[in-house]
Design a protein around this ligand. Structure first.
Ligand code: GLU
Length: 368
């Protein structure tokens, strides 16, 4: 019995690609490549999210430069070609490189373009290989780790499953390096604080940027989009044989049976709020169904700078988060209209300009 996935995203970390940090090695990639080949033969489309450019490029730079950000970016640029070439050699079908930043993913139009490109590549049986575009990222523009990136990609690609290849067998109830009696959790149906507590904050392996925590964040994003997520040990061939047999080799995070709609998921998990709108504490608890009812008279403050179309966070003045939504007004205009003493003028203005936030792109945050 197999899992019967139509589309799967496989995330591979730096430690698998560059285990000795001296260029790329196909040692651990062979069984992953075999898995990808077999999935495709079974009719499952595969998208690969691969880290490893920084680790692969590092050996071309002298030691004393390595900690500088600009040098790290140069290492990523130099290592990316080597990493793609290493993957490409393992397949007898074409692959395609996609480099993304968070700025690309949070912009709705670019996001749609990424989706369509992935669909088109898959339709033409080309393997998309995705990494963060480290050259052009800044703190504000980066996803930061490929675990979260892989979940955003899985959502964009409408995948059924996300397989995160790690250097441990999955999520343990306590740190297996410190506790001999640590137990592997094979099944998680609800990601709550206790799961994050088990994950701790440690960075596994030390080659990539993610640890168990970012893997849980990724799982949370993915399952809410209806994507079954697995954290597995990418270093052993058995992992992939088990997956092909429809058996769980690590930790399986169960997909929600009522997943969020694609646009709501994007707003909730991919788009970043560029600013905040603070409303009265007694403002209606849920804006989701009544988004268009937010009027300037309810606004106490507007924070940050945003443009029309940017995502904003609406909070009560006691700090409670209400919704993330797409703003139809710039921060400048919203400030101007919210500060009007003349309510009639404000109402007339809004009638002409339209609702402040629209029902189409809104995600409820009340449970946070
Ligand atoms: N983009 C980074 C690289 O290719 C990886 C980030 C990560 O390890 O999560 O080296």
């Amino acid at each position: 019995m197999s899992y019967n996935w139509k589309r799967v995203v496989v995330k591979v970390g730096s430690a698998l690609i560059s285990p000795n940090k001296i260029g790329c090695s196909s040692h651990y990639l062979l069984s992953i490549a075999q898995f990808i080949v077999k999935c495709r033969a079974m009719g499952t489309q595969v998208v690969l999210v691969s880290s490893g450019s920084v680790a692969a490029g590092a050996h071309q730079f002298s030691d004393h430069e390595k900690s500088e950000i600009a040098v790290k970016k140069a290492m990523a640029a130099a290592g990316q070609t080597e990493m793609i070439a290493t993957w490409d050699r393992l397949f007898d079908f074409p692959s395609a490189q996609i480099l993304l930043t968070h700025a690309d993913l949070r912009d709705r139009e670019r996001y749609i373009s990424i989706r369509e490109t992935i669909f088109s590549l898959l339709e033409h049986e080309i393997l998309p290989i995705i990494n963060e575009n480290d050259t052009v990222t800044t703190d504000k523009l980066k996803v930061g780790d490929n675990d979260n990136l892989s979940a955003m990609v899985a959502a964009a690609a409408d995948a059924d499953a996300l397989i995160i290849c790690s250097d441990v067998d999955g999520l343990y109830d306590k740190n297996p390096n410190e506790h001999d009696d640590a137990k592997l959790l094979s099944w998680v149906d609800n990601i709550d604080q206790s799961i994050y507590d088990m994950a701790g904050g440690a960075v596994a392996g030390g080659v990539g940027t993610g640890g168990m925590r970012t893997k849980i964040e990724a799982a949370e994003k993915a399952v809410s989009h209806g994507i079954d997520t697995f954290i597995v040990n990418g270093f052993t061939e058995t992992t992939f044989n088990l997956l092909l047999d429809g058996k769980n080799p690590g930790t399986h995070f169960q997909a929600h049976d009522k997943p969020m709609k694609e646009n709501i998921h994007w707003m909730r998990h991919t788009s970043n709020a560029q600013g905040e709108v603070i409303v009265e504490s007694d403002f209606a608890a849920s804006l989701e169904s009544e988004a268009e009812q937010l009027t300037s008279s309810e606004i106490i403050d507007v924070k940050g700078e945003f443009s029309v179309g940017d995502t904003i966070l609406v909070r009560k003045d006691d700090g409670t988060k209400l919704v993330k939504a797409r703003s139809n007004y710039s921060s400048c205009l919203l400030n101007f209209i919210a500060k009007q003493d003349n309510e009639e003028f404000a109402q007339e203005f809004e009638k002409k300009t339209g609702p402040i936030i629209s029902n189409k792109h809104i995600a409820n945050l009340e449970k946070e």
